[in-house]
Design a protein around this ligand. Structure first.
Ligand code: PEP
Ligand code: MG
Length: 886
């Protein structure tokens, strides 16, 4: 588009223009507006980057706009870019709307060339060494970033120069050495590119800017965005900033600072300073930094000014800020600020502190924390008081603290776990064949792979602690070595799935104080106080109710302590395992009515007792009991094993009539695809008396408790309905029984259905006629919506889908808004069109996922239901969703 403004001087922007100017550019502009000492500069917009990436060339207007902003910059600084006698140098820095640390490129010292290097030396009081060092850095950075010259060629040349000199450290190279090194670098540059290092400063600037644009699509940046779920089409802004130097002598230096402790949230100034150095030296760790208190000794004036600026920035942003600064010959310059990253505990503490300090209100505080952070705080952690030695570290891929004996194969993991040992499965990388071992292990450690590797994805899905990509670990068959130490099978290690650290030996595990608080134990800590304040506010704000998925009284009671307002899903098939399995097997395979009746009669009192326990634990709150929904094979003997037994018996001439009859029945019922087979309502319609027995048990349990003066609120839920006729038939049968058992007790029983088959969602208007409530079974809805077998795909190939960016997160973990979410919207709208008061909830795993909770709020559901440990997370996110919306 012509007439577009692609370049903004720092004095023209502000902090809310992040999308256009990137985070760095917007905040530099904000600091400039605040009158803080920011080196002069301008920002080329993300729009220019997008145009460049789309067409392969910069928009026509850009060059002219850069020229005029550069002229303004030159006049502010009183110097011209690359002027041989008194050069202005600039840095060319990337800066996207979302922080992508170290993922994109930066070129420093643009404007230096064979002539201006002398001018720079003069500016630096005749410091030729500094000037040549700056020039060789430019050739190196420009070569690597702009022209893809292999970085190793430059580092090899540097090593060679040091060797020739007998130097151990680049500070020992003098001006002549660095001048020769610059020549060598220019030679390397010419050899790889086929042309000389560009001497024209304007050309350097243009090429550097275009290289920064291109670095948006660098492989590591693309991977990082996928992992962090940052949209791929935003582009980066480019900041062109007058260079200031922290390496001009002892009265210069560079540092980073935080307005509060980002690790704990404690109030106070924190930071590091490195004298006589540039920012990249801090990152490279060439010398040890000192605390900010020492800056006070070194340069009192700059220190005082820095403290003043930090207070001003925190007051202005009303949040923890992190800052990068440089001191050039006693003059302080602010190079960057942003609202700083922090740990989960610090996030809660800081949000509550800022409320107490009157800087923000409770709504704002609630938006500053999130459910993922709360979930992190609910994991047990290592007690590091004994300062255990870190063996190595990798990527914290799935949080938790796991201690166990090292094993190197899935088979060994299952074997030792079966013998009651805690094990950590250590693999170079995992693949689907390791699944059983991963399930058996307390934790998983891999040497390869990132947050979307097979190990990471599967471990997160299972809630197993996992550290991946610990690339210093060398694994052989029955041992691994790292940093000169050997760890053999059976040795104990401890892995921290949050920090990624690996310790040798057992580290004591400390329970979460936040969980202790939710459990109602007295805990005195600033963190718990902060959590308490914010949870209270979330409860006040949220519109979504939060229930729990629970099948036992103990789970229900815990969830209630965690704030659950009812049970959204009791999976009754879980009540038929153990020694009751045989009764169900008899029921399913019953040939004659009499056999079936006997099995049902045996099951009835057991079921009644289950419901009495559950209703008692949730007294006065709704309890949704789902009628049985097992994949049939879970209750039948294995076809293969039975076939072998019968064949062997036949061979030996032994009596096998009973087994043969059973085999026949199992064969008849065998399904190739049990998840799409005889499940849910289908089973209820095929096996007479099964649902009736359950409904009778529910009604009898409710009647019994009402008789004791309690207030049971049963809701009967029919699973896997796809057509209204299915629900109508079951409903009719239920109503008869309920009426017969509870009339006169004052108990009210609702009868509703799950919406978990796509056809149900699409015919929800009809189904609503026969339902008192809907509950979305988003696990099955995702399974059938995508055609993904929920038990197989995550372990089998999701890691590849994540790597390819087909989705950024498993749709079984976070609701797929566009597809499955659309089914949910259709069903909600059509159901409510028929019955405006239809109660609608969700009980799939998504009910406890932060992002999905926001979606369910937006759709207008009445409640979410999730596992007991996710209940606080759902409460918090439901509160946040209510605020985000208003
Ligand atoms: C669901 O499908 O989302 C659900 C809650 O039921 P289940 O996971 O038991 O199939
Ligand atoms: Mg289901």
């Amino acid at each position: 588009m012509s007439g577009e403004k692609y370049v903004y001087d720092f004095s023209e922007g502000h902090k809310d223009l992040k999308e256009l100017l990137g985070g760095k550019g917007a905040n530099l502009a904000e600091m400039t507006r605040l009158g803080l000492p920011v080196p002069a500069g301008f920002t080329v917009t993300t729009e220019a980057c997008r145009a460049y990436l789309a067409t392969g060339s910069a928009p026509d207007e850009l060059a002219g706009q850069i020229d005029s902003h550069l002229a303004a910059l030159e006049s502010t600084m009183g110097r011209h870019l690359g002027d041989p006698s008194d050069p202005l140098l600039v840095s060319v820095r990337s800066g996207a709307a979302f922080s992508m640390p170290g993922m994109m490129e930066t070129v420093l010292n643009v404007g230096l060339n064979d002539a201006s290097v002398a001018g720079l030396a003069a500016q630096a009081g005749g410091d030729e060494r500094f000037a040549w060092d700056s020039y060789r850095r430019l050739v190196q950075m420009f070569g690597k970033t702009v022209c893809d010259v292999p970085g190793d060629d430059f580092s090899d040349a540097l090593e060679e120069a040091k060797k020739t000199r007998g130097a151990t450290n680049d500070l020992q190279l003098d001006a002549a050495d660095l001048r020769a090194l610059t020549e060598r670098y220019k030679h390397i540059f010419a050899k790889h590119t086929g042309h000389e290092f560009p001497q024209e400063p304007q050309l350097q600037l243009r090429l550097a800017m275009e290289a920064v644009f291109r670095s948006w699509n660098a492989e590591r940046a693309v991977l990082y965005r996928r992992q962090e779920r940052i949209p791929a089409d935003l582009g980066t802004a480019v900041n062109v900033v007058a260079m200031v130097f922290g390496n001009l002598g002892p009265d210069s230096g560079t540092g980073v600072a935080f307005t509060r402790d980002p690790a704990t949230g404690a109030q106070g100034i924190y930071g590091d300073y490195l004298q006589n150095a540039q920012g990249e030296d801090v990152v490279a760790g060439i010398r040890n930094t000192v605390g900010l208190e020492e800056l006070k000794e070194l340069d009192h004036r700059s220190y005082d000014q820095l403290i003043e600026i930090m207070a001003l920035l925190e007051g202005h942003y009303r949040d923890l800020c992190d800052i990068e600064f440089t001191i050039e010959r006693g003059k302080l310059w602010m190079l960057q600020t942003r609202v700083g990253k922090r740990t989960a505990a610090a996030a809660f503490r800081i949000a509550a502190q800022l409320v107490t300090e009157g800087a923000i209100d409770l709504d704002e505080a609630l938006l500053r924390v999130n459910g993922a952070q709360l979930a992190q705080l609910m994991f047990p952690r290592f007690d590091l008081a004994g300062e255990p030695a870190v063996l190595t570290s990798g990527i914290g891929a799935s949080p938790g603290a796991a201690v166990g004996k090292v094993v190197f194969s899935a088979a060994r993991a299952t074997e030792l776990a079966a013998a009651g040992e805690d094990v950590i499965l250590v693999r170079r990388e995992t693949n689907p064949e390791d699944l059983a071992g991963m399930i058996a292990a307390k934790g998983i450690l891999t040497a390869r792979g990132g947050k979307t590797s097979h190990a990471a994805v599967v471990a997160r899905g299972m809630g197993r602690t996992c550290v991946c990509g610990a690339d210093a670990v060398e694994i052989s068959r029955d041992r691994f070595t790292v940093a000169g130490r050997t760890v053999a099978e059976g040795d104990v290690i401890s892995i921290d799935g949050t920090s990624g650290r690996v310790y040798l030996g057992p580290v004591p595990v400390r329970p979460s104080e936040v969980v202790q608080y939710f459990e109602g134990e007295p805990v005195d800590s600033t963190l718990v106080e902060a959590v308490h304040t914010l949870m209270d506010h979330a409860d006040e704000r949220r519109r979504l109710a939060v229930r729990t998925n629970a099948d036992t009284g103990a789970d229900a009671a815990r969830a209630r302590r965690f704030g659950a307002e009812g049970i959204g899903l009791c999976r009754t098939e879980h009540m038929f395992l153990g020694d009751r399995k045989e009764l169900v097997e008899r029921l399913i395979l019953a040939g004659a009515d009499g056999d079936r009746k006997a099995a049902l009669e045996a099951l009835l009192p057991l079921q009644r007792a289950d419901f009495v326990e559950l209703f008692r634990a949730m007294d006065g709150r709704p309890v949704t009991v789902r009628l049985i929904d097992p994949p049939l094979h879970e209750f039948l003997p294995s076809l293969e094993e039975l076939a072998v037994t019968v064949a062997v018996a036949r061979e030996r001439g032994e009596d096998h009539a009973e087994e043969a009859q059973l085999l026949d029945a199992v064969r008849r019922m065998h399904e190739q695809n049990p998840m799409l087979g005889l499940r849910g309502v289908r089973l209820g319609l095929v096996i007479p008396g099964l649902f009736a027995m359950q409904v009778r048990a529910i009604a009898q349990a409710a009647a019994q408790l009402a008789g004791e003066g309690l207030d049971p609120q049963p809701e009967i839920m029919v699973p896997l309905v796809g057509a209204v006729q299915e629900l109508e038939m079951v409903r009719q049968e239920c109503e008869h029984i309920v009426e017969e058992v509870i009339s006169g007790t004052g108990v009210r029983v609702l009868i509703g259905t799950m919406i978990e088959v796509p056809r149900a969602a699409l015919t929800a208007g009809q189904i609503a006629e026969a339902a008192d409530f809907f509950s979305f079974g988003t696990n099955d809805l995702t399974q059938m919506g995508w055609g993904f077998s929920r038990d197989d795909v995550e372990g089998a190939f999701f890691w590849r889908y994540l790597e390819l960016g087909i989705f950024g997160i498993s749709p079984f973990e976070s609701i797929d808004r566009e597809g499955v979410g659309r089914l949910i919207r259709i069903a909600t709208d059509e159901g409510r069109a028929v019955k405006p008061d239809l109660k609608i909830g969700v009980c799939g795993e998504h009910g406890g996922d932060p992002e999905s909770v926001h979606f369910f709020h937006d759709v207008g559901l009445d409640y979410v239901s999730c596992s007991p440990f996710r209940v606080p997370v759902a409460r918090l996110e439901a509160g946040r969703a209510a605020i985000t919306r208003s």
